[in-house]
Design a protein around this ligand. Sequence first.
Ligand SMILES: Cc1cc2nc3c(=O)[nH]c(=O)nc-3n(C[C@H](O)[C@H](O)[C@H](O)COP(=O)(O)OP(=O)(O)OC[C@H]3O[C@@H](n4cnc5c(N)ncnc54)[C@H](O)[C@@H]3O)c2cc1C
Length: 509
Amino acid sequence: MMNGKEYIDSLRDLDLEVYFLGQRIKSLVDEPMFQPHIHTAAMTYELAHDPEYQEIMTATSHLTGERINRFTHIHQGIDDLVKKVRMMRLLGQKTGTCFQRCVGLDGLNAVYVTTYDIDQKHGTNYHERFRNYLLEVQKNDWMPSGAMTDARGDRSLRPSKQQHPDTYVHIKERSEDGLIVSGMKAHITGAINSHEIITMPTRTMGEEDRDFALSFAIPADAKGVSYVFSRQTNDTRRLDGVLDSGNPKYGIVGGEAIIIFKDVFVPWERVFMAGEYEFTNELVETFAGYHRSNYGGCKVGLADVVIGGSNWIAEAHGIERASHIVDKLTEMIAMAETCWSCTLACSYEGYRTPSGAYHIHPLLANVTKLNITRMVYEWMRLAQDIAGGKIITLPSEKDLENPETMEILTECFAGKEGFPPRDIIKMLRLIENMSVGAGLPEAMHGAGSPAAQKIMIARRSGVDRKMELAKTVAGINQDTSFERIIGKDEKEHWDEVKKKIQEKSVQIC
Ligand SMILES: Cc1cc2nc3c(=O)[nH]c(=O)nc-3n(C[C@H](O)[C@H](O)[C@H](O)COP(=O)(O)OP(=O)(O)OC[C@H]3O[C@@H](n4cnc5c(N)ncnc54)[C@H](O)[C@@H]3O)c2cc1C
């Protein structure tokens, strides 16, 4: 297992083609705009070496029996699923932002589960290939990015009907050695500081979209791959001064990028789906289930930070005992713990898939994420309420340091005795960073927009059964037999009981 420094050093061995603000970036690791994202991902490596967190941050590989970073592990039981979300919350608490590595983890698990099922049906050997790839990931402690979302163009058209074929990643050529692929993946978290890319199809494909039913892994610096790094709210503030950026060490959101694949060669041993369109739905839903359950971990870790920050600011401003402040903080805690309960339930209600890997409860995972799309906005609204308008009107650090304005600004931001004005500004900037910035749309769209969760909830909620229950209770079922009401198994059980009682010549009512 690498530690944080070794991870950062390992990125120097890669030669990625990355564009940002109209320029090709030469050294990713030394680029100040990328450093917060790299530091955050490094935390996933560093904490694995901290004895206090080893139980949560590491696992035993089911392939080798070796101790590995949990971010490269295939969940072997309920305990693993629970530890995974504990790890998410912990990292949210330590960084106050997105630590990026969960997308690849979910990609590894989803591809593991699906390749097994494809092989069962088609007699292919995708699963064996994938296990070999996984061995490499675990041995090298790689961070793969999870690239599912295609650019998607006109959302009402299927991939094969798009005006530009490259809006979806697709197979251009097949040969004895492998595939040639082209296309684009958008919004990919941690892409520029990952060692590898794992791709997955973004939606359910039909037969006509066979060439888009595709999953593979390649090195992040494979020939033909390039990146355009995204802008974020107030991103260049990190160049202006430590105070102004709010979370100077770890930044804001995960550092997303568009990945462009231009005639990229993928050898067969790195191909995990190539045309099996009937399994695209399974892969998408399995990935989405894992990923949506994570949000009740990482975002609750962030909530812990923002609740703590809001409480601290309330104390600094002398309002901590006001009943409405206590009420708002309590409300924030209750919402955060509701999301946490949801994600724990996803794990505890998990199940074993035919591949042996454990999956979370899909209905509950979608409920978790849907709650996140609403509640993060709500608890951040309350954080803004408690912190005051200063979070968007604070002057810059440069004005605080300018002898002409320093004294007056120090007076202006003074709070209760014992709370230095500079610390008050730091905390207000952190709350600004977390509640005004890109973290909100991330909670909305990351792991899929709310409509995607609602579709899954509607599909999996078993409304037919609920109607049967209601009809039975209301006494409007046509068939009122005991068996229909209580179910076949239970009917057999009671028949057996009845028989035994009758054998003993006892009357039953
Ligand atoms: C911060 C961040 C990080 C992310 N990280 C990753 C990552 O690491 N890997 C990855 O693969 N993806 C990632 N994503 C992508 C994420 O999954 C998508 O943002 C999400 O699926 C929504 O897609 P979109 O942003 O293109 O929005 P759109 O698809 O344009 O959605 C906008 C609206 O259109 C609706 N809509 C879309 N399609 C249809 C349709 N066919 N019919 C009806 N309504 C429709 C949506 O419900 C929504 O209301 C990330 C996103 C964000 C914001």
